[in-house]
Unconditional design. Structure first.
Length: 130
């Protein structure tokens, strides 16, 4: 399988732009130029618009008619709320986990040593008459 598919390239561009936004390589309120991004990633503007629409669905950019695509500002109060929620969820995962987490899998008997099925007829000893 080759990684030269359009879907793989779009996913790569999405992750790259998302990372740049989250790491503030593109500061809040900066304009993302479709032309320069398309040239940088070697793709046409149509698939790039799909990537930008996905980022907009996540609230990381905002498309404004006549202006272009702008990186959204960080809402510190909302970020704090999301962080607190994630911490609570992480604690609940540990509390509500249905089974203990094992670092190593339990040993299994080889298939030849496993117990026979209950409905299987036991073999007759060789010295008894049938």
């Amino acid at each position: 399988m080759t990684h030269d598919t359009a879907a793989f390239r779009n996913q790569t561009v999405y992750h790259t732009l998302r990372s740049r936004i989250c790491l503030l390589d593109y500061p809040p309120n900066s304009r993302l130029s479709e032309e320069s991004l398309a040239a940088e990633f070697g793709m046409s503007r149509t698939p790039l618009r799909r990537v930008l629409a996905r980022l907009e669905d996540e609230g990381l950019v905002q498309s404004q008619h006549g202006v272009g695509t702008l990186v959204t500002d960080v809402d510190i109060a909302e970020m704090r709320h999301v962080y607190e929620l994630r911490m609570e969820l992480a604690q609940l995962v540990g509390t509500l986990s249905p089974a203990p987490i094992h670092t190593q899998p339990e040993p299994r008997l080889p298939s030849s040593n496993r117990a026979p099925m209950i409905c299987a007829k036991p073999p007759m000893p060789a010295h008894l008459p049938s």
